[in-house]
Design a protein around this ligand. Structure first.
Ligand code: ZN
Ligand code: ZN
Length: 141
């Protein structure tokens, strides 16, 4: 921005400018200032443009705030759902403790059996290595 003392008013070439339009930065004199929300403008058009952009910014901020609120709201709902699910699970467990425990034992037993089966399969699948291992153990003993 150049020194205002060197500038003259856009509308009055013989009058020194005192400020610049807040929208288009044109130098303007005291008489030409259009004051809107404490900011100087060269014309009603510039003042209107500025208030429009202020409106737009306000709208954007509002929108953002609404989105934030919505996101927070959603997070709280999700947290509540998780808490309720946990509470229901805990309640269900306390009501059906023996059933659940039996199921757990059954599942774990099935898992053990599967592991055992897999181990047997692997051992049967690679008899040479088992043979080799036995031979080695035989050597050590
Ligand atoms: Zn202007
Ligand atoms: Zn002027």
């Amino acid at each position: 921005m150049t020194d205002l003392s060197q500038s003259v008013c856009l509308n009055h070439p013989d009058t020194p400018a005192v400020t610049r339009c807040a929208t288009c930065s044109k130098p303007i004199c005291e008489k030409c200032i259009v004051n809107r929300n404490g900011s100087p403008y060269c014309s009603e058009t510039c003042a209107a443009n500025a208030s429009e952009s202020v409106d737009r910014i306000t709208r954007t901020l509002d929108e953002k705030r609404r989105t934030n609120t919505r996101t927070r709201y959603r997070a709280i709902i999700l947290l509540l759902i998780i808490l309720i699910a946990a509470a229901v699970a805990a309640w269900f467990y306390s009501q059906n403790k023996s059933d659940v425990d039996r199921l757990m034992r059954k599942t774990s037993a099935q898992l053990d059996r599967k592991v055992q089966e897999t181990r047997t399969t692997i051992q049967q699948g690679i008899p040479t290595s088992s043979q080799y291992k036995r031979d080695r153990e035989g050597l050590i003993q």
